[in-house]
Design a protein around this ligand. Structure first.
Ligand code: WQD
Length: 335
């Protein structure tokens, strides 16, 4: 049985990926520092899969701890989620982001080279494209200057991987996620934002649940069909499955290059108002919202051309927007 290390495996995307890995027959070991996740998620994963993943509470900025981990555990591949992801916080505290997201990546890669672990999947983001000149966005679209230190850490991460694969036997796949939403069908794992949600879907579900008074729609003067910004919202379980496809590609030596990049989205764009109306329809609730100013740093439209992932990874998003919104709501109601 192949063993996969999942860093950040108790987080939103990490936990869903651990479930899919276990369901696909992999052994999983998780490293998480619990900075933005809860230890209870480990039991929730176990109750879904009937198999407890190995778990180590390690902060990846701790080089010695990573070294000791690899002294005692050997793995066939690594899926690296552990990172900070709040755009606003990264503007306030850039060094925290460079340390968390870049230093820890370097430490892991150093251990991989030492121990000849060859297979690595990196969590990247559509944020690397900024406002793309053409839609849908293909992997060939130019990388635009990052709008935030967070976005820059994803660009730097990809550059490090591109360089390192040229000088070593490391094989890496960078998955550029569009907007992950939703929750597992068991509703035992889902998104757990700390404090006031920054992302649209948790803000919507918390407003519907009465935790927030009103949703602000950030701008209705974008050059889109209804003036509100357009994104590609992908069900987190579909996104998790893309990691299994990518890892299988590396483990079976099917990759064509030692550094590959894939867009992971649905290929469909929806505006904020479309999301609100779809949510209202699915949940039979009226959502209290107002239109406000644009949010600094937001772009008008982003949605993926997913044909490369469809063809090369043999993967495609299968769940509908309605399923994703319903699962987000069912999850919210259980909190
Ligand atoms: C979606 C749309 C908002 C909240 C961010 C990161 C990106 C990525 C995913 C991270 C936008 C609008 C939002 C609200 C609103 N990676 N909105 N009212 O900005 O596309 O991407 O998260 O881990 O790197 O930048 O996602 O969910 O914040 O916003 O109107 O209260 O909803 O303006 O158009 P975004 P989001």
């Amino acid at each position: 049985m192949k063993k996969i290390l999942v860093t950040g495996g108790l987080g939103f995307i990490g936990s869903h990926t651990v479930v899919e890995l276990q369901n696909s027959g992999y052994d999983v070991v998780i490293i998480d520092n619990l900075s933005n996740s809860k230890i209870e998620v480990l039991d929730q994963i176990t109750s879904i899969t009937n198999k407890k993943p190995e778990f180590y509470q390690i902060d990846l900025r701790d080089r010695n701890a990573i070294h000791s981990f690899f002294d005692t555990t050997s793995v066939d591949g690594i899926i690296h989620f552990a990172a900070s992801k709040a755009v606003g916080e990264s503007v306030e505290n850039p060094l925290l982001y460079y340390e968390n997201n870049v230093s820890s990546l370097i430490y892991i890669l150093q251990e991989m080279l030492k121990r000849s672990v060859a297979n690595f999947i990196f969590s990247s983001s559509c944020t690397v494209y900024g406002q793309a000149d053409e839609l849908p966005i293909t992997e060939d679209a130019p990388i635009k200057p990052a709008e935030s230190p967070y976005g820059n850490t994803k660009q730097i991460g990809e550059e490090i991987l591109r360089d390192i694969t040229k000088s070593s036997n490391l094989r890496t796949i960078s998955l550029r996620y569009f907007n992950p939403i939703g929750a597992h069908e068991s509703f035992k794992i889902g998104e757990l934002p700390i404090g006031i949600p920054q992302n649209l879907i948790p803000y919507i579900t918390q407003t519907a649940a009465g935790i927030r008074k009103q949703l602000s729609v950030f701008g209705n003067d974008y050059p889109t069909s209804d003036g509100t910004a357009v994104r590609d919202y992908i069900h987190v379980v579909d996104l998790a499955k893309a990691h299994i496809a990518a890892m299988q590609r590396l483990l079976s030596n099917k990759n064509k290059e030692s550094f590959e990049v894939y867009n992971i989205g649905t290929g469909k764009g929806n505006s904020v108002l479309e999301i609100i109306h779809a949510f209202e329809k699915v949940t039979q609730q009226n959502l209290n919202y107002i239109i406000t100013e644009r949010r600094a740093g937001d772009i008008a439209s982003a949605y993926a051309d997913t044909s490369k992932a469809n063809k090369e990874l043999g993967w495609k998003a299968e769940k509908t927007l309605e399923e994703a919104l319903d699962s987000a709501w069912q999850w919210q109601k259980r909190q």
